[in-house]
Every structure is written in structure tokens, then in C-alpha cells.
Design a protein around this ligand. Structure first.
Ligand code: PGA
Length: 266
């Protein structure tokens, strides 16, 4: 069953060692404890693989209500796959979520739609929640292909082309993150109403093609303390996936605080 809480995910990408992560967490948790607007918000941290166990142990020690996410996963459960990490390993370390199909993985590491679908399935089979990222490039946007690109990413990522798939469209407990590639790390996000229109189309897609509820939909790409309020005012934006601005506990806390307070007023 889909949660109604707004969701704030910090994607640290390839930043922070285990000890830097613990320092961040101490500061961030102190800030959370001093404010109350985040009570009905899901907060998730996605450190790099090497910091997952430090963050997991620190979260357990303080019993913090913060979810742990991995930034990637391999789709096999075990075996001779040098350098890869399975969903079962992530679960054993305390992860609840896994980011799948981030545009950096698609473009820099050649992840295909088929890889992404296999990862989604592996994550769900392990009882973890996927955060499936989709997004169009600037060139695709300029040539008017935004929706057809997103639709293809959704269909193939969710396994529409695979016959007899119970999984098809069933990620109600997970999350979709709409991240236009051209907005990631550029400081130039789209206007919130444009994002809201895309999110509504994603909702309509679930209605048209699947018998499952549409999951919560996050926006990602140059989210900051300054623009979070405007994004969260949109009913169809259920939260955000934050890269650069999540690296400072102060700024990620402000994003969570302002974002949760804005949603609570709606
Ligand atoms: P950004 O990254 O917030 O630095 O633009 C977002 C992301 O890539 O998830």
C-alpha cells in the first residue's frame, strides 16, 4: 500500500567515507530532533556502498526513523560477478530502498532497459523497495520526445514486454523519480508546473496500462533549499531526490523541513 508521506531522498553519489557519513548523520539527526515538521515525512539516505554499514549501524544505535538506500545493485543473487553487490547483501546490511536506473548509470555505465528491469525484479524479490529513475535528455526534450522517452523507460523498466509478468506495473510500495537529465547538477531545474504535468502523465500511464496503483513520484534535478517549497506545492510531486544539495546536513535538513511543512499545509 502506497504511503502518503512526502519522501526526501539524499543521493550522495560517490561522496563520503564511512566516518564522514557518521559525522553527517550526527549533525543531521540533531537538526531533525530540533524541528517537528518532518514527523510525517519519509527521509532516506543513499550513501555509497562503502559507507552503508557505518550508516546502518549508526541508524540502529540511535533508532532513527531514517531509511537506508543503496545507489545501485546487481540482479544476480550470488556468484562469480567480481565487483558486484546483490540485493540480498543490501538487505542484510539494513537497506530498505535501492535506486535503480539513475541517468548516470544509464549514460556512464551503459545500463540498458533490460538490465534495469532485472535489477527492479531482483530488488523486489529480495523484499526491498525500488526507486526507479527515469528522465529525458535536453536533445530529446528539444525534439519533443520527452513523453515517448519516459514511457519507454517506464514500460521496459517495469517489464511490459515480458509475458506473464506479475511484476508488470506493480511497484506501489516503491517510488518513481522523474529526473530530467539536463536538470541534474546544472542548477537549472524545470519550472514546477512542468514537472507536475509529467507526474500527472505518469499517473495516467499507470491507470491506462496496469492494474496497479501508481507509486509516489519524486522529482530530482537541482533541488535546493530555495526551490523546494515551489516543487512541494504541486499535488503530484510526492517528494524529491536530491544530489548536490544533500551533501551538507544543514542544507538537506532545510530541504526536508521546508518540503514537509509545505506538504503539510496542503
Ligand atoms: P542534483 O542531482 O540534485 O545534484 O541535481 C540529483 C540526482 O542526480 O539524483
Amino acid at each position: 500500500m502506497k504511503s502518503l508521506n512526502p519522501c526526501f531522498v539524499a543521493n550522495w553519489k560517490m561522496n563520503k567515507t564511512g566516518s564522514e557519513s557518521k559525522t553527517y548523520l550526527r549533525d543531521f539527526v540533531k537538526r531533525l530532533e530540533q524541528s517537528s515538521s518532518e514527523q510525517h515525512a519519509d527521509v532516506v539516505l543513499a550513501p555509497p556502498f562503502t559507507a552503508l554499514s557505518s550508516v546502518s549501524e549508526a541508524l540502529n544505535a540511535i533508532q532513527a526513523e531514517i531509511g537506508l538506500a543503496a545507489q545501485n545493485v546487481y540482479f544476480e543473487s550470488s556468484g562469480a560477478y567480481t565487483g558486484e553487490i546483490s540485493a540480498q547483501m543490501l538487505k542484510a546490511i539494513g537497506c530498505r530502498y535501492v535506486i535503480i536506473g539513475h541517468s548516470e548509470r544509464r549514460s556512464l555505465f551503459g545500463e540498458s532497459h533490460a538490465d534495469i528491469h532485472k535489477k527492479l525484479k531482483a530488488v523486489q524479490d529480495a523484499g526491498l523497495l525500488p526507486i526507479l529513475c527515469i528522465g529525458e535528455s535536453m536533445q530529446e526534450r528539444k525534439s519533443g520526445k520527452t513523453w515517448s522517452i519516459l514511457e519507454t523507460q517506464l514500460k521496459l523498466g517495469l517489464g511490459y514486454n515480458i509475458p506473464d509478468q506479475d511484476l508488470w506495473g506493480n511497484i506501489s510500495d516503491g517510488l518513481i523519480a522523474y529526473e530530467p537529465v539536463w536538470a541534474i547538477g546544472t542548477g537549472e531545474p524545470p519550472i514546477p508546473s512542468e514537472v507536475a504535468a509529467v507526474h500527472q502523465k505518469i499517473g495516467a500511464f499507470f491507470l491506462e496500462y496496469t492494474s496497479h496503483q501508481c507509486p509516489r513520484i519524486l522529482y530530482g534535478g537541482s533541488v535546493s533549499e530555495k526551490n523546494i517549497g515551489a516543487f512541494m506545492k504541486e499535488d503530484s510531486i510526492d517528494g524529491v531526490l536530491v544530489g548536490g544539495a544533500s551533501l551538507s546536513p544543514e542544507s538537506f535538513h532545510k530541504i526536508v523541513q521546508t518540503g514537509a511543512a509545505t506538504k503539510a499545509r496542503r
